[in-house]
Write a protein of this length. Structure first.
Length: 374
């Protein structure tokens, strides 16, 4: 007869409060949580025997009852522009992707983190959404992406010199549809015993799940980005189907409520993917400027990154700059996001991973392509 080894508790995704509760449950003092957190997140350590400020007896007990299990790295690549991408395997054999983008001569290093295997939304201009959806990631699988990227540079106790200076929840998936895992992961990003990032350096990007924006504002006041991409409901219904449930006015009202809950002066980041012939004309710039007049915000313009059979085209550099100039004349500063990592499929909207699509969306998408080809 075979016996199954007892399951061990994975400590990687536990917040400070959760880890304190774990140590109390095994008869230890709460302060052990801060010690172990520093080993995990500052040192990148996954071996209890190396945690020299713990007693030998505790190290042995942890080795029997717990583990520090991050996602398995399947691929690591570096773009010509210095962007780095990791493909990691999560518990069920699916792959998700995370990207580290350097800027300001390497002083700012922003990690784009995934929250779902695939995406449960189906934005028409995003290749990630065409892969369909399998499941939400756990807190350990989300923070595990930060852990993998941080470990790549080795232990670093000085927070100002760590390889990840900013995190954006803008990878695969809609973060606010995985709220219960995203919140503890972001708490670890903010915790001094975790990654010690300021709330201004952790950004959550959402397509507009209004009830969860309100809930987020009650728990964490991280930076908020809105994937808007259109200034009227008719067009946004096509680009971002979630708009049919929470229209633009409802979404912007939620943004105003969120800002009122922040304890400092804050701006909402408006993400606007510029698509040739779809939303790149002067009338669209005028609509956008009028729409956002009452919202403290900044606009990020993102040139569309093509993928096969999307039906959309990338605008010329000149057209994006014209759109930017129109917004400038209307009183807005609208930086153009540089396309980074496209040679390793790491650019915005290009993350696809490997998804066992339970929605069959990818299958239907491929069938539609074949029908069009015929």
């Amino acid at each position: 007869m075979t016996t199954t080894a007892p399951l061990r508790t994975n400590l990687l995704g536990m917040t400070r409060e959760e880890l304190e509760a774990f140590f109390v449950s095994i008869g230890e003092k709460k302060f052990r949580a801060t010690q172990v957190m520093k080993w995990i997140h500052h040192e990148g350590c996954d071996d209890f025997s190396a945690m020299t400020n713990l007693s030998k007896a505790l190290r042995a007990r942890l080795a029997e009852t717990a583990e520090i299990r991050g996602p398995k790295v399947i691929y690591e690549g570096t773009s010509n522009d210095g962007t780095r991408k990791w493909v990691v395997e999560v518990e069920d054999g699916s792959y998700v992707e995370t990207v580290l983008i350097p800027a300001d001569n390497g002083k700012r290093r922003t990690l784009c983190v995934s929250s779902q295997v695939g995406c449960s939304l189906d934005c028409s201009f995003c290749s990630t959404g065409k892969q369909g959806f399998q499941r939400n990631l756990t807190a350990a699988e989300i923070i595990g992406q930060v852990w993998v990227a941080s470990r790549s540079a080795g232990p670093c106790r000085d927070t100002s010199q760590r390889p990840v200076t900013n995190v954006v929840m803008m990878g695969m998936g809609e973060p606010l549809l995985n709220y219960d895992s995203v919140i503890p992961a972001m708490k670890l990003m903010l915790d001094d015993c975790g990654y010690g990032l300021s709330k201004r350096r952790v950004t959550l990007s959402t397509s507009g799940v209004v009830p969860m924006i309100d809930r987020l504002g009650d728990e964490l006041d991280v930076s908020l980005a809105i994937s808007l991409h259109a200034a009227n409901d008719e067009l946004r219904n096509e680009l971002v189907p979630l708009n049919r449930k929470y229209d633009i006015r409802t979404l912007l009202d939620a943004c105003q409520r969120y800002l009122k809950k922040c304890d400092d002066t804050r701006l909402i980041t408006i993400e606007y993917t510029v698509i040739k012939g779809v939303n790149d004309q002067q009338e669209h710039a005028q609509q956008l400027a009028e729409l956002l007049r009452e919202l403290p915000c900044k606009i990020n313009l993102i040139p569309f990154n093509p993928f096969p059979h999307s039906g959309y085209e990338k605008p010329s550099r000149n057209q994006v700059m014209r759109f930017q100039q129109w917004l400038y004349e209307l009183g807005y500063t609208a930086p153009i996001r540089s396309t980074r990592g496209d040679d390793i499929d790491a650019a915005c909207g290009q993350l696809v991973g490997r998804v066992k699509d339970r929605t069959r969306r990818h299958e239907r998408y491929i069938q539609s392509i074949q029908i069009d080809a015929d």
